[in-house]
Design a protein. Sequence first.
Lengths: 119, 117
Amino acid sequence: GAVVSQHPSWVICKSGTSVKIECRSLDFQATTMFWYRQFPKQSLMLMATSNEGSKATYEQGVEKDKFLINHASLTLSTLTVTSAHPEDSSFYICSARASQLARGTNEQFFGPGTRLTVL
Amino acid sequence: GESVGLHLPTLSVQEGDNSIINCAYSNSASDYFIWYKQESGKGPQFIIDIRSNMDKRQGQRVTVLLNKTVKHLSLQIAATQPGDSAVYFCAEGAEDGSGGGADGLTFGKGTHLIIQP
């Protein structure tokens, strides 16, 4: 099956620093990747859509200058949380979509998530 | 804005019984719906999906029912096992209309399924 990995799985950083999270599709090419954020005991909220070779599309209320997304290749997308603050502490999850692998619908394959804690 | 929601935040069932998890959605333009299972500290795991032009789809031990009249989605799990304990999310999506694929998913609030021995 399609596998999506994330690195790191968890990170603790000081307030004001920047953190980069990687999302990789290991055995397929992902033309589109999505970034979600999940606070404790809450649902996943879509942050942005990342298309290879083009600028990311951000959801309303998500600051593009704070959450920098780069989708430089068909297997890698990165999310950089700039000048992180404690309120940015969350579980960040990416997903990747490859239409040739979809089981009849537009299935997204999710990564294992990255737990960010900002002190 | 439009959202996807769930009726029950927690569902407790006896091992071996059937489980039914419900979801109400409000976006009538959604093209498909997906059920995901999420274990603690992990990413969502695909369970089953259904397109908007269908009303039922079956998988291994799971069945998804879609009622577009009342905008209701349900996940039925047969013979619930301890390994089924998790939070279950419904999600909806729409294709972008250009043939290029889908947008990101809108997730419901989640139901925590607890299996009692």
